[in-house]
Design a binder for this molecule. Structure first.
Ligand code: FES
Length: 199
């Protein structure tokens, strides 16, 4: 749900960056690089980040930092997975055909935009002006969203909406789906963000 304990890091992103975007936060880390331990330096420079998702329950999200960007890992419920198939006509790029090299690795060019149907991995930065969208996982009518909302993300800056696969809805300011970063599974419950089998 939108306010799980695991979501604290995302809240920090929002507090730190506001609407100027999580991208801006990346630059603030640079002056401190020389004072970091070697492993921290490697991480800041873009080393892959390993994440244990064994505790992630359906409907929950965890945020990790990779290359100064917030990366969201969402475990979708069976209902959220099923809803993806019904939204195609409402989406700007349902098959993730736009800028595939930058936005969607080959293994995520599917309806769920993911390796496993229930686990979404996306960069939490809006493709419009770089705000960090907020979770709106609960289905149904609610402020700023259509009555038939099936769950997803809302960018409060200019109202772009994304489904539970990070696919942007039609006629919104955001031109593209959320970016799926390179990633792979190193075990059933451990993900490596920033590296895939092509690396
Ligand atoms: S930055 Fe997301 S809609 Fe403008």
């Amino acid at each position: 749900m939108s306010d799980t304990p695991m979501d604290a890091s995302k809240r920090n992103w929002l507090l730190a960056s506001g609407c100027v975007g999580a991208v801006g936060a990346a630059f603030t880390a640079v002056p401190f690089v020389s004072s970091m331990q070697p492993s921290e330096r490697a991480k800041a420079a873009g080393a892959p980040v390993e994440v244990d998702i064994s505790a992630l329950k359906p409907g929950e999200k965890v945020t990790v930092e990779w290359r100064g960007k917030p990366v969201w890992i969402v475990k979708r419920t069976p209902e959220q997975v099923a809803a993806l198939a019904k939204l195609e006509g409402e989406l700007a790029d349902p098959q993730s055909k736009r800028n595939p090299a930058e936005l969607t690795p080959e293994y995520a060019r599917n309806q769920a935009r993911s390796i496993k149907p229930d686990v979404l991995v996306v960069v939490g930065i809006c493709s419009h002006l770089g705000c960090s969208p907020v979770d709106r996982f609960r289905a149904g009518a609610q402020p700023s969203l259509p009555d038939d909302w099936a769950g997803g993300f809302l960018c409060p800056c200019h109202g772009s909406t994304f489904d539970m696969a990070g696919r942007v809805f039609k006629n919104k300011p955001a031109p593209d789906n959320l970016e799926v970063p390179p990633h792979k599974y190193i075990s059933d419950t451990r993900l490596l963000i920033g590296e895939d089998n092509k690396a």
